[in-house]
Design a binder for this molecule. Sequence first.
Ligand SMILES: NC(=O)c1ccc[n+]([C@@H]2O[C@H](COP(=O)([O-])OP(=O)(O)OC[C@H]3O[C@@H](n4cnc5c(N)ncnc54)[C@H](OP(=O)(O)O)[C@@H]3O)[C@@H](O)[C@H]2O)c1
Length: 302
Amino acid sequence: MGILETAGILAIICILARLGVFIYELLCPKLIDVKTLGQWALVTGSTDGIGKAYAHQLAKRGLNIVLISRTKERLEEVAKEIQNKYSNIQVKTIPIDFTKDSSIYGTIRKEIQGLDIGVLINNVGMSYEYPETFDKVENNEKFLTDMIRCNVDSVANLTQMVLPDMIKKHKGLIINVSSISGRRPTPLLSLYSGTKGFIDLFSRSLAAECVTRGVYVQSLCPGYVVSKLSGIRKASLIAPTPEQFVLSSLNRVTVPFTTGYWTHEIQEFIQALLPEFISNKLTMHVLGGVRAKALKKKNRAQ
Ligand SMILES: NC(=O)c1ccc[n+]([C@@H]2O[C@H](COP(=O)([O-])OP(=O)(O)OC[C@H]3O[C@@H](n4cnc5c(N)ncnc54)[C@H](OP(=O)(O)O)[C@@H]3O)[C@@H](O)[C@H]2O)c1
């Protein structure tokens, strides 16, 4: 057999093996009762979208909730919503802006001292106003600092804060919300893609360190979900509501990597098979169209 034929057969075996794992994980999720992991769940970016849906679902499963977002009034609103629905659940709110300097972590540490945190959802994240090349993003310096603080520093710092206790107790779950854009280059969203790539590799590395120490760590890499951040308002097969998305992702918390939703799994599976230069060209084409529309709208408004 020639080198090309051998390489071809190996490639087919790899694709079939990935497909097998993908179908197995989709059909046979290993479910766990999150309430057995601790008394509290901490969710960042929890007043809207995916974070708010996690807060509701974890409260429904019997966990007390620490909510962290910027806006005090919205935090109080969500806390009330949860307590009206689940009267036996305690809710604590911490107004924090993750684009601020590292002193915010001292505040959070003080606020959560003594709480038995079994679940951490590192969900907070920011993206671009519209797709753009890195050199042309407005207010580039502030944008860069803000995004790295919000998307990267928050995940590493909060993980560092809760992980030692989880390891001591030999139980816990940390879900770090990355993105399908963190799995491969996403031109026109390069900084976002880079920050999400950090989350993906950090989480999967950590998952391997923690697997024998009782703590589940997950890199969660969604495709589109209806939300303010995505700008998608109508749910579809490709873009579920945050509630649909979180219900589905909570069935997969024990795997180190998932997109969280079945149509996103198919999207990620197909994208992973594409050569990078084709995937880059497609992304440039699609996001280039989104940029052109956004710029037109902006120019009209000025
Ligand atoms: N939606 C998608 O299609 C999609 C796809 C892939 C990955 N993701 C990831 O999923 C996560 C959640 O996104 P989402 O779509 O649910 O967003 P969203 O609906 O816009 O909600 C963002 C939440 O984060 C809070 N927040 C924003 N900036 C903050 C800051 N600087 N400090 C503290 N809190 C802040 C917001 O509340 P306040 O404004 O009150 O602070 C809000 O509660 C992000 O990490 C995102 O990258 C989303």
